[in-house]
Design a protein around this ligand. Sequence first.
Ligand code: GUN
Length: 290
Amino acid sequence: MAATLIDGKAAAASLRERLAHVAGFFRASTGRPAALATVLVGEDPASAVYIRSKRSATAEAGMESLHHALPADTSQAELLALIERLNADPAVDGILVQLPLPSQMDAALVISAIDPDKDVDGFHVVNAGRLAVGDPAALVPCTPLGCLHLLKATLGDLSGRHAVVIGRSNIVGKPMAMLLLSESCTVTIAHSRTRDLPEVCRSAGILVAAVGRPEMVRGDWIKPGACVIDVGINRVPANEPGKTRLVGDVAFAEATEVAGAITPVPGGVGPMTIAMLLRNTLVAAHRRAG
Ligand code: GUN
């Protein structure tokens, strides 16, 4: 029997509607909108598309979007000076520096310059540390937060379940594992060097794939009835010449025959990421307003 489809588009739309109400209350009670500052250095086309979606979602939720577009040859010192100004600006609640940055910049150093309490991406080491020790002040990276929201909406209590996360990135794999651990899952982090990866995946009641390799996870890697969250967004050639299509890290047609529930690509995890960015901005704004 085909798996239940986890509709991330619908979940994100419903969350964004609720967040717009919260943003309205924030505006009414403080006399100012919650504000997200975005910074884009250079003209990477994919980054420009992401920033446009983030900005329009921010405005649609009744928050202020303050954008800073810097030329590709901006020096690191100039970017750091802008971050300093945004850190000090009382009208700015969240700061997002779009990655990747041009090669003259050290991304880790730039992220470490952001005030951790305005770090709505949750990439600052202070926020990674807070998440690791279970400090509720953590701002948590948006994609894993979106995955957790979908998992809880699908399965309810996650306590005691075995979760396998494939991928160990600082942005998705590691924070995802920390979040699942905080929900009392038994967590395995698998990666490209894991021995017998299919066998490890078959032991998972919850399988989160975040490797960036198109359709790597096959149907026979999945435990019957498991809940599969596919974080991958990979562009591959389509059947028609010159055309491309998006696929996840999971071979969807095979997986849907085995899994109990699964996120599609597109329309699964992707829409949740922006919804969680709005959430983090509101969380940061409320904390700053005291
Ligand atoms: N580039 C790709 N995804 C992201 C993201 O979530 N945040 C930032 N800042 N840059 C990105």
